[in-house]
Every structure is written in C-alpha cells, then in structure tokens.
Design a protein around this ligand. Sequence first.
Ligand code: PEP
Ligand code: MG
Length: 759
Amino acid sequence: MKKKNVDLVCDIAELISVFDAREKDKDILQSVVSTVAWHMRAAVCSIYIYDEEGKELTLRATQGLSPDAVGQVKLALGEGITGRAVHELRPICVGQASKNLWHRHFPGIEEEKYEAFLAVPILRGLRRIGALVVQDGVPNYFEANDIKALRAIAAQLATVIENVQLLSEAREEAESEEEAPVAKKVMRESIVRGRSASPGTARGRALTLGLLQHESCILPDPAAPMHTLEDFATAIEKTVKQINNLQRQTSEDLADVAVLIFSAHLLILEDEQFTGRISGLIQDGTPAVKAIPLVVNDYVEVFSNSKMPLIREKVLDVKDLGNRLTRNLLAETADECDYRGQIIIAHELLPSDILKLSAENVEGFIVSSGVTSHNAIICRSLGIPMVAVGRELADGIADGEELLMDAGQGIVYLRPGAEILSKYKELDAAREALHKASDVKSKTLTKCGERIHIYANINLLSDLELARKFKAEGVGLYRSEFPFIVRNDFPTEEEQYGIYKKLVDQMKGKTVTFRTLDIGGDKMLSYYSNVHEANPFLGMRAIRFSLQNTDIFRRQLRAFLRAGADGNTRIMFPLIASVDDFVAARAIVHECMDELEAAGIPFSRDTRLGVMMELPSAVEVVDELAQESDFLSIGSNDLIQYMLAVDRTNEQVSNLYLGHHPAILRSINRIVSAARAQGKDISICGDLSTDPRMLPFLLGIGLKKFSIDIVNAPAIQRLVHSFTLEETEEIAETMLGFGRISEVEAFLRARKLEAPQAV
Ligand code: PEP
Ligand code: MG
C-alpha cells in the first residue's frame, strides 16, 4: 500500500477540529498516532510530551510499541534520536537507527525491529511541546515528503496538546477539590531545576532577600505586643553586641577577607537619623515592629537608587540589620537572629554578602541573576551550596517553604517528602565517605605506578586547612582577588604581604603558585571603576587591568616576591593573550625585583613566572609562550568559555559549555605538547581536571600535575589509580581523532567513562 500524506494531513486537521476538549487527552493523542501510522503505512507512530521543568520527554501515546511503555519511557532533552530532535528543534530522519550514534535502546518495548526512524519536534514558536515519531522495519523507509507531512501535523498538534494539558490540569485540580477538600491546601512536592554553582546539600526554609528590590524585609506580626522606647534601646544594645561578636569571629576565621565586613551595620546603627527616626515613630504610637521596617525600607530605597556602587552594596546590610533589630525586640535568642535553618533566595549577591550570611550560619543560596564565577568560587570555599535558577522559578518559591537543595545537581526540592529526605540522607553519607580526608594517600599513582601530582586551588586562607588535611603537594593556583573584592579599597602592600606570607608559611616549603589579580569580567571592584562595559568578559580583565594599573600591579608583585623570600614560589598571569603580554608583565616583575634589591628587602630571584593558558590566541602562540616562560597552567574554565564563545556564567547557554568539545581536546593537547617539547612545567588548574570523564584523556596526553578543589583529592586518586598510562594514552588518541562532539560523547558513553564514584 502507498503512503497517502495529503490525506493524512487532511484527516488530522479534521480530527483536531472535532476534538472535544472534554475528551481525555489520551484519546485524542491515541487517535492521532493511529491515523498517522495508518496513512504513512508506518509500523509505529508515537507522541512524546515535553516537561519543561524536568527537561524530559515522556511517551504519551503509541501505535505499534508496547502499550505498557506509555508513561514509562522517558528521555532527557538531547537523549536518543527523539530527544536530540527536540533539543535541536529540527526533524531527524535516520535510515538505520541501530547504527546511529544517538540511538537509545529501551529493552522491552519491542522497537528493536524498527530501523527507519523519523522524529519531528512539536513546537510552539521556539517552545518545546513534544515530539511526533514514526518508525518502520524497512531501512530508509521515510523520505523528504514524509518529513514535510509530519511537520505539518506537528504544527497543528502543538496547540491541541497545550490545550489538553491546560484542561487536564484544571480537571485534576477540580477533581482533587471534590474528592478531598481538606487536602487542597497540602501542596505536592515539586522540583525546581537550575545550575549548580557550589555543590552540597542543604535543608531549610526559604527566605527571599532581593538585593535591589524594595519589598518589605520583615513581616510584622499583627499580634505582637507594643514595645516601649526602652525595649527598643535594649534591642539596639543586643544588636551591637552580636555584630561585634560576629565581626570578631569572622576576623579570626577569615582574616584575609573579612576585614570589617560588618562595619556598615555598626555605622548605620550609630546613625542618629536611623535609630532616631524609629524612636520618633514609636513615640508617636507606631508599634516598634512596624516602625523598624518603615525606616529600614526607606533606607533600602535610598541605597538601591544611589549612583555610587559602594552605597548600593549596603542594601543587604540595612535589611539584615532590620531583621536583627526586630528579632532582638521580640526577645528571641541570639541564635534565632541568624540564618540557620534558612536558604536565602536572592536576585543577586555580592561576595561580601556571602561572607556575612555564611558567618550568620545560612544553609544555602538560590540566586536568580546568574552566578558570577567569584561567587561560585567563594561558596565552594565556604562549603555553602548554591544553585542558580531562572528568575520566574525563584519568584515561585514562597517564603517559609521547606526546601531541600541538591546543589551538585542543580536541583531544589520544594516541600520534599519523607522518601526524598531519606534518600538524600543516604546520599550525603555516601558522598561524605567518598571525600573522607583519611582516605587520601600521600602519593597519587596510576595502576602502572606512574606518579601524578595533586595540588590545591586556594581561594581563601581558610582553605589551607583542607589543603593540609587532603595532603596537597602544593598550591597550584592561589586566586588572589578575594581580599581585593571584599574590601572597600585596594589592600596595601603590607596587608597583602601579611596574607601571602601566611600562605607560604603554612605550606611549609611546598610550591605556592600566586596568580596575579583576576578581576573584571563578571566582577569589577565597586570602589575602583564605575565604567560600564558592553562586553565585560572581553574587556578590562585580569592581566589587562594589571598592565594598565601598574601601581596596583607593582604593589601586588612586591608583596608576592617578599612573601616568597625563603619559599618555593611561582607567579602566574591570567588571561595572557600574546607573548607580548607575558613579556610586559615579566619586565615589571624584574623591575620590582631590582627595586627590592636596591632597598635591601629580601625576596627570591628564583621566583618562577608562568602563563595561564585561557585564550585561543595564547594557544596559537603556545610554542613561543612555552619558550619565554618558566611554566604553563591550563585555565580550562576560561579556555572553554573563550574558545567556544560561551559565557561561563550564562545559564541559557550552559548546555554549550562543553569541555569535551573536540576543539578543546585538541587545544589542551597542543598546550601540553608545546610545554613538554620545551621541557617546561605544565599543569591544569581549571575544573575540567575534576571531571571524571575527562581525567583519563588528560592523563593520556601527558598531564601529570592537577590543581583542584582539594576535597576531590580522594576521588581523583581512586580514579587515577584505576588506569594504566597506556590505557589513558589509547583513550586520548581515540578522542583526539574525533571531529564531532557527538562522537566524543558516544565514545565516553561506550567506554563508560562517566565513573559515578568520582567527584
Ligand atoms: C580557569 O579559568 O580555569 C581558572 C582556573 O581561573 P578562574 O576560574 O579563576 O577564572
Ligand atoms: Mg580563569
């Protein structure tokens, strides 16, 4: 029998026009798949529906596959031929499915006999609704005309499916109301998916803290008692005491970055205008619990609209202060004044906010403006989970709602049930066991006994304790910018020297690699420049900033050199784009050395100077860079961003940020080969080295030094130990031969290089 595509499209149109919204959605979808299968003379026709939140396709109707598969077969976006068609928003027609790289076999649904495969996405504009799929036993059965016909049907189906979904939701709600009126208020557990910024799990109640919005920071309790002026004065006293304690504690724990971070709180409290206005309102009969937010919100308004970034940054401080004053007024304990048991939802946060909220025991963060790399890094150092979610999703989480964050996966469970909670308890215990410091060995060896070196990435001085615990062989990257970011002005040479010296002393002779200031991009210093850049990642960043502000650069270099006087230290420059950049930076280092020598200040002439390989232009001149410098370090986080032109902080394109892209594999290989050819030291300090799928490749191209978030050391050691060098070389050679991302992915899948036990 011949296919009758024109009849098919007409029949579907008719079917849809008579579709009665009261019918069950299953019925209409089932009629569509039967009609399509019949007219196309195809053995199978199926419809999958896409769940935007879960980013998942579910089989909803089928003619030809096992009926038991309906509702059971699920595909992630991009998974299988169908998932790929929906992901890429285009039809995919395959002559022999079993030979296709993307094919995904589901046992038990009886599709193995169907080779020809045509998947057409069902779209509404660019919005994904689902997929219409036909299959047949005759290879190469579907042709260009079939694609056209199926596209026409998919276009008509989009609206129907949307309507069906809306109606069935309304129906479900009505039914549940009829059946169980009492249960109506009990909302079901649900999931918000975002992007992981800092791993870990956290449990707590949601508390919104929109930094630059004007919503009330406190909900006054209408039943609260009237407080006197004396009560208010006592609350101020208690608040001052608590803040002084917090400042003392953070200055001890985080000496490098926590300098006077609570000073704005104290200044505002001392401001007569602030406390005086609240007192005035109380005197005039306004309940104190209302007077505080009234004045606080006025300040929030003024601060938010200030032209000066430094003032705008104080919005969180004044809100935080308002909360503390209110709670102290309500005679709650000091413990209840902080953020324990709470997960903060904020549009944006500053690194200093993160430090303050961490000192106040916050459990986790959900942010909706995208995550700056520095925020992610500081949260990782402090061990606070952070997830970035879309603005609408964040707005959908109500204050007080119970949350469970699995930040490593970028998932937030709203109102988690007992089952999820207990699953996470187990998972947490398993993860803890995986990262047990006692499991770390002093030497990292491959299966064949080759020595590999594990160094620590240090962001805050407090990371040093972990570096020692996890037996780091040195510091492969010290991100020097945090003391700059958190302060209100550039730290002096002496202040910097104090911090760097601690770092060198605590590493007790092991190599310490200082990276010069890497600001700009997604973090400018609010006290330095207010210039708005259209493309900050392509602007005044990292070494460019240092070479343009040589007084600041020199101050930092002198502090590094002095701190390394008796140590084993190296200095490396971020975002080097040319040999000329490196030569210019090196010349300034040499000038600083000469100055120190002339002044009789001790330093080490042996301080080695290196290049961070983060830009495509640097890869092109890597031979010359290797020749000029003492060492190279691969900054894969930025290298991926700049090679692929994918903003590392932009959630919308995070699916394109691929460390296994063939261009990245080849570039990294080129860097390693160039360094080895010149006999120069080569290491990697970006996150790619803790991706368990990539580690064998990195070993296979000859990398032997890895600078990582050191808690991953036990897992990395285990993984390294599971391969011989020969095996990794074979893996690397094969991976370097691929020109397509899909080929690399298929290879990684086939080799099962997605080792679940790692990192
Ligand atoms: C990198 O880019 O890989 C890197 C280590 O530097 P950062 O993440 O600080 O930009
Ligand atoms: Mg970088």
